[in-house]
Ligand binder design. Structure first.
Ligand SMILES: C[S@@+](CC[C@H](N)C(=O)[O-])C[C@H]1O[C@@H](n2cnc3c(N)ncnc32)[C@H](O)[C@@H]1O
Length: 212
């Protein structure tokens, strides 16, 4: 469900900084040729991520959920030249496509892929990171949030996508596991000490958490 009416979102996008033509063609290719293209964050959310990266002087990003690499490329474009996006996914096919598009961009060299499950990948990510973007494996959202809190740099920012889950978070009693998991994550995020939070009704819900 798109919470914002399409014509309003189109107007917003047309007045915002948006990803490059390479990212746009990756998005178009994905929509025409790849199963599950509704999973793309789209230009509106990419623009918000770009803005946050600029605002927060972000240099290092960890992303859970590469898919075909649109969001990773959009974030890499917003980073300084020495910035890095580490992006994690279990799907070899879509991440191979991702790399083929990143290679067309001067920002592609900022992107490092990990082809593993998110939980396995966290075992090798022992540093501190400026932005953690959670966009995969809804059943483990709370686990990724725990990891992010532990591995966030002092002024770090966490962004969690799909936190309104097409509005299903209003009816968790329906009993579907992913909805329950997102609701549990949202409650945990809401109660996190030492963070300022805002759950924005952008696209399918962007939960933003920043260390105070
Ligand atoms: C919503 S898509 C990511 C979209 C991407 N951020 C974008 O907008 O371009 C979610 C991705 O998570 C991946 N995924 C699902 N379960 C996973 C897991 N346990 N660990 C890592 N990735 C997983 C899927 O293969 C899928 O590509």
């Amino acid at each position: 469900m798109n919470i914002t009416p399409q014509e309003i979102e189109t107007y917003c996008v047309s007045h915002s900084s948006v990803p490059s033509e390479t990212a746009k063609s990756l998005q178009e290719y994905t929509k025409s040729n790849v199963h599950g293209s509704q999973m793309l964050i789209g230009e509106m959310e990419a623009s918000v991520l770009h803005f946050l990266i600029s605002l927060g002087k972000v240099r290092t990003v960890v992303e859970f959920g590469t898919y075909t690499g649109y969001s990773a490329l959009a974030m890499a474009e917003a980073l300084p030249v020495d910035g890095e996006v580490i992006t994690i996914d279990i799907n070899k096919e879509t991440t191979t496509l991702a790399r083929s598009y990143w290679d067309k961009s001067p920002h592609g060299k900022k992107i490092r892929q990990i082809l593993k499950s998110g939980l396995d990948a966290t075992k090798e990510l022992t540093g501190k990171y400026d932005l953690v973007f959670i966009d995969a494996d809804k059943n483990n959202y709370s686990n990724y949030l725990d990891w992010a809190v532990e591995h966030l740099s002092p002024n770090g920012l966490i962004v969690v996508d799909n936190t309104l889950w097409s509005g299903k978070v209003l009816h968790p009693e329906a009993g579907d596991k992913q909805t329950e998991s997102i609701v549990a994550h949202n409650l945990k995020a809401k109660s996190l000490p030492g963070f300022v939070k805002t759950l924005l009704p952008i696209r399918d819900g962007m939960f933003l958490l920043k260390r105070i």
